[in-house]
Design a binder for this molecule. Structure first.
Ligand code: BG6
Length: 482
């Protein structure tokens, strides 16, 4: 098994989950700053965790608390990024995927010029990365937008958000284009359907035609915005590449009953449809027909179809954590996954959070995505959320994490051998950060441990887990020593 020369090994972070400094240097409030940690709610109950209401948002905005709004403090990456980059460099990272907080540059989204202190922070960050030989991969929108845009116009449901986002992106290209070859517009664009507020600023009370219709309208605006900024990137940063990103939710039939296979096919086609729009430049006919049957019509302006067709992405990225099965049997046992519920696969183990570990599913997904799109692929998220134990001497023996990665890398290597053109791999949360779905700290993904609990208590000291040394060796040998 050989990984190609120049394979881009690294890790991936999101600004809202690591930076903290929620009101510092002119930053505005984002939709993540009003997301509460709910310790008394079952961590597997995604609906309860992501539920929002207008009243809840307004009272969160008036509340200066950071304990129950952990993304407000993150892991203080805003102040400690140099130390963290040193550790990533020690592991030999070639690349680090980070996102830019829209609210640091445009606090309410409506300013005409960017906040200079916000602009300066990312110059410092990207310079520090380059000084350590780490290339940035920038996500322009990772589950984040100014909360004012959510309150004023139901987030991305408003068409005018397209222009505001384009302004933000143009600033990013002009300021940071010199540091960065690889860009992604929206993190997991499909997730709008599963958690509409964090992804698109959608508030249920403001959805006149129902939340699902609002989601599809918001998605359409995100597709158009993504196409417009792809064009801008190509014009402003010659040689740079724009990617789309999907939550790859690979589904197998629970049984070989044809009805299960058909239900599975529907789920997989639905999952792939988002990338279809961004790669092929048009909506799949089957999806439009499905929406029609549901009584949902997307308002499009003249010219939208041309914009989508003319500005498709250069490469395809996805996150991959787990797989699921599908069954038409309503009594089939279900288990949570990455913001979804699927039928439990009796052949796979699950994490404490119910996510089913499936390394072969990564090879399957890589082959499927490459065969369908015929574009270079980048795996931009993958990893195991687990609780870690710190031993008396400070060491952390996370053999379960090493085992997870090892088996996924083996399958990734086989997919490359199968012929998949894979540019690189970034593990999710190479340093422990606040979890996206549960707003908790104890669900850890990192090679680097951060001493902080679910309530924000701890020294914030960083320490190396066993997996740190293992990943370092993997990178040093370009995947030969697993
Ligand atoms: C991905 C998101 O889907 O899953 C990340 O892009 C998120 O933001 C990751 O952190 C893992 O999910 P969680 O809920 O375990 O943090």
């Amino acid at each position: 098994m050989h990984f190609p020369n120049g394979f881009l090994w690294g890790g991936a972070l999101a600004a809202n989950q690591c930076e903290g400094a929620w009101r510092e240097d002119g930053k505005g409030l984002s939709v993540q700053d009003v997301q509460a940690f709910k310790p008394h709610v079952d961590q597997k109950d995604l609906k309860a965790h992501t539920a929002v209401s207008m009243d809840g948002i307004l009272s969160a905005m008036a509340d200066p608390d950071v304990t129950f709004y952990p993304k407000r403090h993150g892991i203080d990456f805003y102040h400690r990024y140099e130390e963290d980059l040193d550790l990533f460099a020690e592991m030999g990272f070639k690349l680090l995927r980070v996102s830019i907080a829209w609210t640091r540059l445009y606090p309410t989204g409506r300013e005409l010029t960017p906040n200079p202190k916000g602009v300066a922070f990312y110059h410092r960050l990207f310079t520090a990365m380059r000084e350590r030989g780490i290339e940035p991969l920038i996500t322009l929108a990772h589950y984040e937008m100014p909360v004012t845009l959510a309150l004023e116009g139901n987030g991305w449901v408003s068409r005018d958000v397209i222009g505001l986002f384009v302004r933000f992106c143009r600033t990013c290209f002009a300021e940071y284009g010199k540091y960065c070859r690889y860009w992604i517009t929206f993190n997991e664009i499909d997730s709008c359907i599963r958690h509409p507020f964090t992804t698109a600023g959608i508030i249920p009370e403001l959805c006149e035609n129902g939340e699902l219709a609002a989601c599809y309208q918001a998605l359409h605006h995100q597709f158009v915005a993504s196409a417009l900024v792809t064009k801008d990137l190509h014009e402003m940063v010659p040689g740079a590449m724009m990617g789309c990103m999907l939550t790859k939710l690979t589904v197998y039939p629970y049984t070989c009953a044809p009805a299960d296979a058909l239900a599975t096919q529907k789920r997989n086609l639905e999952n792939l449809s988002y990338t279809d729009v961004q790669v092929f430049g048009e909506y799949p006919r089957l999806i439009l027909r499905d929406l029609e049957k549901k009584g949902i019509s997307i308002a499009m302006e003249p010219g939208d179809t041309d914009i989508l067709k003319a500005n498709t992405v250069d490469y395809v990225t996805f996150s991959y954590y787990m797989s699921m099965t599908e069954s038409v049997d309503p009594n089939a046992p279900r288990t949570p996954g990455n913001t979804v519920l699927g039928v439990k696969n009796p052949y796979l183990p699950s994490s404490e959070w119910g996510w089913q570990t499936d390394p072969i599913g990564l090879r399957y997904s890589l082959i499927e995505m490459y065969d369908r799109y015929k574009k270079p692929i980048f795996v931009v998220e993958n990893g195991l959320g687990a609780r870690d134990t710190v031993e008396a001497d400070g060491s952390i023996h996370d053999s379960y994490r090493i085992d997870y990665f090892r088996r996924h890398f083996q399958e990734m290597g086989k997919a490359i051998d199968d012929g998949v053109e894979l540019l690189g791999y970034t593990s999710w949360g190479p340093i422990d950060i606040i979890s996206a779905s549960g707003n908790q700290m104890s669900k850890r993904y990192g090679f680097i441990y951060v001493d902080q609990d679910d309530y924000g208590k701890g020294t914030l000291n960083r320490s190396r887990k066993d997996s740190f040394y293992w990943y370092k060796e993997v990178i040093a040998t370009n995947g030969e020593n697993l």
